[in-house]
Design a protein around this ligand. Structure first.
Ligand SMILES: Cc1ncc(COP(=O)(O)OP(=O)(O)O)c(N)n1
Ligand SMILES: Cc1nc(C(=O)O)sc1CCOP(=O)(O)O
Ligand SMILES: [Mg+2]
Length: 507
């Protein structure tokens, strides 16, 4: 079904027009449409340029921009505003005032700023210095400089993206993404990589995300920077968390660069336009996630498989007591989880010992949630670990003890990172909202589950969160290997019948 304009999130782009059609507004509109958002455009300057040179800038009067903002704000209010070329100080002042008003009235608007400085064909787009933009920085949520722009913004000469981003964040911007497309970093095999770094401040602390991909060489990248920021804006407008919007954006850029390689080969000396393609859905274009967790476990062998011959895992009940285990184990399931919460240490150990003993006579694989030390100690079949516990869990120990490992993920960043660890299965949640656990901000929906399944290697995937009988069919049709449920079994009128109905659906 096609989305109506009303259903589509709206992104405003406030940037310059590139008459050659490769960068600026043209790139923003093509990117937005490729990714399913509506784009309104306020043109800050009418540039004269072609593939070889930048001839002139020609700013548009702020009064016209203000009139455009005024007629659009009630008619097509933005979820995200993407800012590109700002041509002069008068525009900085106008934009700062506009954003101050919007931020006061519509607190959810996200502002993404791509600080367009140098033209890639040579020449400068604007004489504005970092100091001239100070006022504007107050209203920017995410800034996306390349390495050169990051050096200008930070007043540092280093090429280290961490140092650059940290310094830029001091300007008062919550999230800084330093694009590494122009860096000279090599991977372990001496091949050039393109690494992007994101520093994200949340309240008093900060989180960082680092993505890397093999460098794609093409001379058709004109407008790639604008497309990066507008893709990020489009994903954020669709409700993706920053880490997922960042990952999807990197994949979109890789996909576009790869597409233009063939064109580039025909005309190697011509500087052509970046190709905006479509929703990134090929695993090959998604980046590698660099993180302490991934580095720590590099070289760790895959976790043991679930040895599922050629059938799917099917229904995966997650229960919180021995009562439920005893009731459900005789129903012929391939997998079950004991998820204990709010127990004392001695209660936990006794319950886990008993659960393992009770499940012995059955073919059902018993996973213990959270308590990996006890699962190892008492030789459970497997352990399920969530994102909060993943950093501290000793995966090497779990691996060496022969336990199977399941990992929870919520969105493409966590999914790709967990997949790099090669667990026995990956869970994706929450598919729908659920009363069992507070998953706000992490609801995937069936459409996103479908996108994530395209990134899956041969590791079985479990869908979890808010899945009941009514919703199960749609979820099962995506091709997942298993559906995990809590309340659809434990709060059903008759658990045995509920299990049978799910089993029937997943035959
Ligand atoms: C199959 C499956 N998927 C996800 C979860 C959630 O695990 P986690 O993120 O560790 O959260 P808690 O269950 O500990 O609240 C799960 N248990 N099982
Ligand atoms: C325990 C749990 N983990 C989730 C995740 O997304 O990681 S969702 C969830 C709750 C599942 O319960 P119900 O089937 O009752 O909705
Ligand atoms: Mg947990």
């Amino acid at each position: 079904m096609t989305k109506s304009v009303k259903e589509k999130p709206i992104v405003w782009t406030i940037s310059g027009s590139d008459c050659s059609g490769g960068a600026g507004i043209a790139a923003d509109i093509k990117t937005g449409h490729a990714l399913g958002v509506e784009v309104c455009h306020l043109i800050t300057a009418n540039t004269v340029q072609n593939a070889n040179r930048l001839v002139s800038i020609n700013p548009v009067a702020s009064e016209i921009l203000q009139q455009q903002a005024k007629v659009l704000i009630d008619d097509k209010p933005p979820s995200v505003i993407k800012i590109g070329l700002i041509a002069n100080l008068e525009q900085v002042k106008w934009l700062s005032e506009l954003l101050a008003g919007f931020k006061a009235k519509y607190s959810k608007i996200i502002v993404v700023f791509d600080p367009v400085g140098q033209a890639s064909v040579g020449g400068s787009f604007s004489a504005l210095q970092r100091e001239d933009l100070t006022l504007l920085f107050h209203y920017v949520d995410v800034i996306t400089p390349n390495l050169m722009e990051a050096q200008q913004l930070s007043n540092l000469s280093t090429l280290n993206p961490v140092e650059l981003a940290t310094k830029i964040a001091e300007l008062g911007i919550a999230s800084v993404i330093v694009k590494g497309g122009h860096s000279n970093v090599l991977d372990h095999d001496g091949l050039p990589v393109s690494g992007d770094y994101c520093l994200h401040r949340v309240e008093q602390s900060s989180i960082s995300y680092q993505l890397s991909s093999p460098r794609i060489n093409t001379s058709y990248s004109h407008g790639g920077g604008c497309s990066f920021a507008s893709a990020l804006a489009a994903f954020l407008a669709q409700g993706y968390l920053l880490r997922d919007a960042f990952t999807l954006t990197k994949a979109f850029i890789n996909q576009g660069l790869a597409k233009s390689v063939t064109t580039s080969m025909n005309k190697p000396d011509y500087y052509g336009a970046f190709e905006q393609t479509y929703w990134p859905d090929k695993a090959d274009f998604f980046p590698r996630i660099s993180s302490n967790l991934a580095e720590k476990h590099q070289g760790l062998p895959p976790f043991p498989s679930l040895a599922l011959t050629d059938k799917k895992l099917g229904l995966y009940p997650v229960v919180d007591s021995l009562y439920w285990l005893k009731r459900i184990l005789p129903l012929g399931l391939d997998i079950i989880q004991l998820r204990l919460k709010n127990k004392t240490d001695s209660e936990l150990e006794q319950l886990i010992i008993a659960a393992i003993a009770i499940s012995q006579p059955y073919k059902t694989r018993l996973f213990i949630n959270d308590y990996w030390q006890l699962a190892i100690k008492h030789r459970a079949y497997g352990v399920h670990i969530g994102q909060e516990d993943l950093q501290d869990a000793d995966l090497t120990k779990i691996q060496q003890s022969g336990l199977r490992l399941g990992i929870s993920t919520h969105g493409c960043y966590e999914f790709l990172l967990a997949q790099q660890l090669q667990p026995s299965y990956l869970a994706i949640g929450a598919i729908f909202s659920t009363k069992t656990k507070n998953m706000s901000g992490q609801i995937q929906g069936v459409e996103n589950l479908q996108h994530l399944l395209k990134l899956a290697s041969n590791i079985p995937v479990v869908a979890i969160g808010g899945i009941n009988h009514q919703r199960a069919e749609r979820v099962w049709q995506t091709g997942v290997d298993s559906i995990a449920v809590v309340t659809a079994v434990t709060e059903s009128e008759n658990a045995e019948i509920a299990v049978k109905q799910f089993q029937h659906l997943m035959q």
